[in-house]
Structure formats: structure tokens, C-alpha cells
Design a protein around this ligand. Structure first.
Ligand code: FAD
Length: 493
């Protein structure tokens, strides 16, 4: 085995989390090695994005312009057949004055293309990216993680050392348990997803043509994501007690689920399933909602799916991966730059990350509990945000704010315990009609969500305004605030 090369930071995994962190740390002049086991472009699920990722984090990394040139369909909002109303209802990001103008859109992306743009951007910012390199294990010195052992693209075993190793290797991470604690799976979101790709499916009418479409039905709900004029990603999220429906031949299982859901069956009536290439397979994912009880230890930090993930209905996965990468990059940059000690910097990372995860978790539990017409969601959002604006705008601000909230400390573990006690079964919630109007109560009463609303769009604003952005208050007393360029933490003035 050759002698170990030394870096400031080693990033394990070149997905959106890893490439974002690598770009933001390399931009500060630190040496970064990204080890990615695949050769990009490679397939990944998670195609519907949020505005704060595109206009916030990706502007800070420098990837936004390349993304804008890639020609991804512009996602203007979401269309839902969900709850009591048999008709679909739509929200548009642009309804909110806070997200008005050019930042009111996100993209629907083919992840193979999107992830490659982000990884190439990390290279351009100065990170060394090595594809075809699989990390096997960590190197440790006492309590501290000091590097990794990996195989290179020729199959030779190598070692590299660093002041920090960042595990961004996704939900199948083999390193996450080395951080201490354990991965806890959500009892509430014990769902399965079965998904494939179709060409020639119908489209919603303009201006909602490229919205994500989510349709609840008896066994769960479908996503229908237009990836181009002809290509559509279609997936069924099925309750665990319906698991037998996704067993056996995947093609038959998917067809049977489509037949159960008249709106999706109608949209796919002129379509054909893709049967070759990266989209040719029907895939299954299960047990994908979890969080790690620890997010860091000396020398090791977990981001993205390696740390936590919650159900995809509001497209939070890539947001959480890139946002956690931003938080971790600020902490690592601050320690490497001699601005802060490790404990202070990484405590800030973990507190903010847990809070963001908690907001989405709580929001989603509430959404799954809904038995109401969409008007009550809008009304509820208005109560929650205490917005002076019309109800629909308040709802959109809520969704946008949840996607990019920066402030307020949330104890996600306590939150989750409380929610799991409160939550009715998934099955009684999705697609149900009628109800007593209490479905949104947990969300309404949540100070976590309220704080997220108040602090909404901070990353986005900071990326746009830089030094002109208003200083945000610290998360907790004596806590930290982002520096003017968004790449470090500093003490609040
Ligand atoms: P990943 O994207 O998984 O990247 C990790 C990388 O690490 C991979 O490239 C992998 O090859 C590499 N790697 C793994 N092990 C090693 C190793 N040992 N050594 C080196 N490299 C390694 N999110 C959304 O935003 N929108 C959606 O619409 C959406 N839909 C989803 C639907 C389903 C059914 C599921 C399950 C998830 C969905 N997600 C969605 C979530 C999304 O897929 C993830 O949250 C996102 O990909 C996480 O990014 P990441 O960078 O943390 O990890």
C-alpha cells in the first residue's frame, strides 16, 4: 500500500451533498479530495427540486449558471390531488412576494445530469475529484477520525488523511455508524416506493406543465414528474401494510398500482414505459426515512442522506443534502481558518441541521394527517405565519420558508417522539375524505415551523445580496451567524 496523501478535507461521495460541501470548502482555499465510487453520470432518484437549492446554495457554490444553461424544465410549483377535494389544486412559488421574480422557480432534473454538473463545479472550484474510488473504512487516532482507506479505480488499496472526513455517501453509507449513536428509522414513514419512467405521458396545462403532480389514492400516493417534454418519472409510495402490492413482478405491481389511481392511469394512457438504459429498470426503495442520533464526532461529519432523510412528498431530499453541506462547510471553514473551535462550530451545524429536518418531518406528518379541503391548508398556513397576505400566498410562503429556513433551534428527537405519539396511521390519512378539521393542529402549534416561516428564504437572500444581506439573529443565545459571504460562521455583533 502506498503512503497516505494529506488533505484538509476528504469527502466520501460526490452526490449533491458531497459536491456542494467540496465546492464551498475548496472556495476558501482548503485542499479537498472527493472520493466517489461510481463514474458520473450515474443514476439517482430525487428529481424534483426546491427554489432555495437552485437560487440559494447553488448560487453560493457557483453552480447556478451551469444549471441554468442545462435546459432543465422549470418547476413553478406543485399540483396535488390530495385530501377531501376530488379536484387537483395547485400552488405556485411565485404567489409569494418573498419568492417573486426569477427566484420563484426550481428545476425538475435528470439526476445523472444534475449531479454531474455539481461534481464538475466542485472540480472547477479547486477540489480534487476521483471517481471509481470506493471508501472502505475510516482511519482513526484515538477519538479522532484522521482519514480513510479506499480502493482506487484500478482496484489498488490506498489511504488518505485529512483534518476532516465528511460522509456524504448517501442512504447506503457504510461509515454513518462510525459517528456513534445509531440510525433510527421512522415508525410513521415506513413506506415503500416503486418507480419507473415513461415516454409520451400527458402534461398538465400551462402554466403548471412542469409542476410536480402528487396524487393520493387508496394504497398511498403517486409522484408524476415531467423530466422533459416526453420523459416522466412515475413512482408509487405505498404504505407498509400494503407491502404485498409491491412484491412479485415489478412491472405487474406498478401497472396494478397505476390502475388503482384513475388520474395517473389517465395521464399515462398514451405513454410507454422506458425499458432500456438508465431508466429501463423498475426500482424499489424501502425504509428510507431515518435520522442518525449523532451527526458528528471529532474529525467526522455526516451530511445529506448519510445523516437523515424523510419522505419525498415535498421534495426535501436534495434540499437537506445541499443545505446540510452549506452548514457543515461553514463550520469546517471556520475551524480550518482559525475563527472558531471545533465544538462551537459543529454544534451550530448540528443544531441548525436537526431543526431543518424537524421542520420537514413535522410538516410532512401534518400533511399526511390531512382530511381536509385545500382551502383549510391555506387558511391554516395564514394562521401559522400570521401573514397579512391572502391565504394561498401564506401557504406558498410556508412551503418556500420550510425549504430554506435558517434560524431557530429544534430538538428534532423530542419533536419526533411527540409527533409519533400524535400521529394517526398513514393509511387513515392519505386520500381520505371528510374529517374533523384537526389535521393541521400539530403544525399550527409548532414554534419550530413558525420560526422557520419567520426566517424563510435566508440562504436565498444571502446568495443574492451577499454583504448587503441583513444580518440574521443567532439561532440561540450566544450562537453564531453566517459571515457576509455565507462561507463561514461568526459571532453575532
Ligand atoms: P446521494 O445522492 O445518494 O449521493 C451519494 C454518493 O455517494 C453516490 O454518488 C454514491 O455513489 C457515493 N458513494 C456511496 N458509497 C460510497 C463509498 N463507500 N465510497 C465512495 N462513494 C460512495 N429528493 C428530492 O430533492 N426530490 C425528490 O423528488 C426526491 N424523490 C425521492 C424519491 C424516493 C423514493 C427516495 C427514496 C428519495 C427521494 N429523494 C428526493 C431524496 C434524494 O434521493 C436524496 O435525498 C439525495 O440524493 C441525497 O443526496 P446525497 O448527496 O446525500 O446522497
Amino acid at each position: 500500500m502506498s503512503s497516505a496523501e494529506e488533505f484538509d478535507v476528504i469527502v466520501v461521495g460526490g452526490g449533491p451533498g458531497g459536491s456542494t460541501l467540496a465546492a464551498l470548502v475548496a472556495k476558501q482555499g482548503h485542499s479537498v479530495l472527493v472520493l466517489e465510487k461510481e463514474h458520473f453520470p450515474r443514476y439517482q432518484i430525487g428529481e424534483s427540486l426546491l427554489p432555495s437549492t437552485i437560487h440559494g446554495v447553488c448560487r453560493l457554490t457557483g453552480a447556478a449558471d451551469a444549471l441554468a444553461k442545462a435546459g432543465f424544465p422549470l418547476k413553478k410549483g406543485g399540483t396535488f390531488r390530495w385530501g377531501a377535494n376530488p379536484e387537483p389544486w395547485t400552488f405556485s412559488f411565485a404567489v409569494s412576494p418573498q419568492m417573486a421574480g426569477p427566484t420563484s422557480t426550481a428545476y425538475q432534473v435528470e439526476r445523472s445530469k444534475f449531479d454531474k454538473i455539481l461534481l464538475d463545479n466542485a472540480r472547477e472550484r479547486g477540489a480534487r475529484v476521483q471517481e471509481g474510488c470506493s471508501v472502505l473504512d475510516l482511519l482513526e487516532d484515538g477519538d479522532r477520525v484522521t482519514g480513510v482507506r479506499y480502493t482506487d479505480d484500478q482496484g489498488a488499496e490506498r489511504r488518505a488523511t485529512a483534518k476532516y472526513v465528511v460522509d456524504a455517501s448517501g442512504n447506503k453509507s457504510r461509515l454513518h455508524d462510525k459517528v456513534g449513536g445509531k440510525r433510527e428509522y421512522s415508525e410513521f414513514f415506513r413506506n415503500l416506493a416503486l418507480f419507473g419512467y415513461f415516454t409520451g405521458g400527458k402534461r398538465l396545462p400551462e402554466p403548471t406543465r412542469y409542476n410536480i403532480l402528487c396524487v393520493a389514492f387508496e394504497s398511498g400516493w403517486f409522484w408524476y414528474i415531467p423530466l422533459s417534454d416526453s420523459l416522466t418519472s412515475v413512482g408509487a409510495v405505498v404504505r407498509r401494510d400494503m407491502a404485498e402490492k409491491v412484491q412479485g413482478d415489478p412491472e405487474t405491481a406498478l401497472n396494478d398500482l397505476i390502475a388503482e389511481c384513475p388520474m395517473i392511469a389517465d395521464f399515462l394512457s398514451p405513454a410507454e414505459r422506458v425499458t432500456t438504459g438508465q431508466y429501463g429498470e423498475i426500482r424499489v426503495r424501502k425504509d428510507y426515512s431515518y435520522h442518525q442520533t449523532e451527526f458528528w464526532r471529532p474529525g467526522l461529519v455526516l451530511i445529506g442522506d448519510a445523516a437523515c432523510f424523510v419522505d419525498p412528498v415535498f421534495s426535501s431530499g436534495v434540499h437537506l443534502a445541499t443545505y446540510s453541506a452549506l452548514l457543515a462547510a461553514r463550520s469546517i471553514n471556520s475551524v480550518l481558518g482559525g475563527v472558531l473551535d471545533e465544538e462551537t462550530a459543529l454544534r451550530e451545524f448540528e443544531a441548525r441541521y436537526r431543526r431543518e429536518y424537524g421542520v420537514f418531518y413535522e410538516f410532512l406528518v401534518s400533511f399526511y394527517q390531512t382530511h381536509q379541503a385545500e382551502g383549510s391548508y391555506f387558511w391554516a398556513a395564514k394562521q401559522l405565519t400570521q401573514s397579512a397576505r391572502p391565504e394561498l400566498e401564506a401557504f406558498v410562503e410556508l412551503v418556500g420558508g420550510v425549504s430554506s429556513g435558517e434560524a431557530a433551534l429544534g430538538d428534532a428527537e423530542t419533536l419526533m417522539k411527540r409527533l409519533e405519539q400524535q400521529s394517526a396511521e398513514f393509511g387513515s390519512a392519505v386520500g381520505a375524505t371528510g374529517g374533523d378539521g384537526g389535521g393541521w393542529v400539530p403544525m399550527m402549534n409548532s414554534p419550530v415551523v413558525r420560526d422557520a416561516m419567520v426566517e424563510g428564504s435566508k440562504v436565498q437572500l444571502q446568495a443574492m445580496l451577499g454583504e448587503d444581506a441583513e444580518e440574521e439573529p443567532p439561532l440561540f443565545e450566544g450562537g453564531l451567524v453566517p459571515s457576509a459571504d455565507g462561507l463561514l460562521w461568526r459571532k453575532s455583533t
